[in-house]
Design a protein around this ligand. Structure first.
Ligand SMILES: [Zn+2]
Length: 353
């Protein structure tokens, strides 16, 4: 399927359709999303979550070459509310999710050097914790080991014989191990000792886990405050990395905590939000409105034609990463993929948008 898609894209580009789509959709606004950078082999393990600085630089240079106007998120949001005629060509904002240490050390500097503004949506609970994210580090270790089964010991409730032969077994094992780590003392030393113990059980050398590089951690206050110098503003990704669907009171409390933590670090009060894991519902907009949050971004791809105040709380955004081929990226940013999605929806009107 992917091969067919890329062949269609290749032909379309060769026929000048990408360039035509860029001209036709020049007034529409785009938002791009990245996550963490690479300090080792993270992009081989999870190419949606981690990308190399070289890949990001390639994307940015292409955008510049093709005449995209790279603006701060606030400007992109303001553009989307203006009439199409009053916008710059191919207005695009770059965003980063979560707050990985490697985002600050590897990715934001790429944009800084090119003079491209960006925004980071920070999940503040992980930022305050200051240890490797268990759900990511544990899955990395299982991937890295390649074992079909393992005998776990020294890991509390996760101890015992564990099968790792299928994706479902690996996922169940990861969830059990993460629960055991989550239940341990909330200290960096304790969490990291458990990850080292898991590495030992899985026969992955400590040097391959490389916790000291901070590859699975979030940035700390010093990196967060240094982002502004490179044109990166800090926005909201929730205090916990979970959108509480159907519970607006919990959503409001979570947003306030996230916002207060960012202000407490000495940064301006954030006014843009990104739904963790892309989950949202209709109850979000009134809460965002009440708290003075101007936009909310989803993980649904698309170009923004015009956004009312409410529509601004559900803006589409393209999740780029090492899992996306350069040709796929060009198709999306040119507006060709959006055209294909529209045609497919017309051909299959009962399919969800
Ligand atoms: Zn996230």
């Amino acid at each position: 399927m992917n091969k067919i898609k890329l062949t269609v894209f290749w032909l379309a580009r060769a026929l000048g359709l990408f360039a035509a789509c860029r001209r036709l959709t020049a007034a529409k606004v785009r938002i791009l999303c990245y996550h963490g950078g690479c300090l080792g082999d993270e992009s081989s393990y999870n190419p949606k979550l981690f990308c190399s600085s070289a890949m990001l630089a390639q994307r940015m240079q292409w955008l510049k070459r093709k005449g995209f106007t790279l603006v701060p998120l606030a400007e992109a949001a303001a553009s989307a509310r203006r009439p199409a005629a009053a916008r710059s060509a191919l207005t695009t904002a770059i965003t980063f999710d979560d707050g990985w240490y490697s985002t600050a050390s590897e990715l934001v500097p790429v944009l800084g050097k090119l003079g491209i503004p960006s925004s980071l949506y920070l999940c503040t609970s992980h930022y305050l914790e200051g240890w490797a994210i268990p759900s990511v580090a544990v899955r990395y270790l299982i991937w890295k080991s390649g074992l079909q089964s393992v005998q776990l010991h020294g890991l509390g409730s996760a101890d015992g014989s564990v099968e790792l032969g299928t994706p479902a077994q690996r996922n169940a094992a990861a969830n059990r191990i993460v629960a055991a780590i989550d239940a341990s003392l909330p200290q960096r030393d304790t969490k990291h000792a458990m990850l080292e113990q898991l590495a030992s059980c899985l026969k992955v050398p400590s040097s391959a886990l490389a916790l000291s590089t901070r590859r699975f951690e979030y940035m700390r206050e010093a990196q967060l405050l240094a982002l502004a110098e490179q044109g990166c503003t800090v926005e909201l990704h929730g205090h916990v990395h979970l959108y509480p669907a159907g519970d607006p009171a919990a959503f409001e409390a979570d947003l306030r905590q996230c916002s207060d933590t960012i202000v407490g670090a000495g940064l301006p009060r954030p006014t843009h939000y990104c739904y963790p894991s892309g989950n949202f519902d209709a109850a979000a907009s009134p809460v965002l409105e009440r708290l003075g949050v101007l936009t909310g971004t989803t993980c649904l791809p698309g170009l923004i034609t015009q956004a009312s105040a409410t529509q601004s709380h559900y803006l589409p955004r393209f999740l780029d990463g090492e899992s996306i081929a350069m040709l796929d990226f060009e198709a999306e940013m040119s507006g060709f993929s959006e055209l294909l999605r529209k045609l497919l929806r017309k051909a299959h009107p009962l399919q969800p948008a």
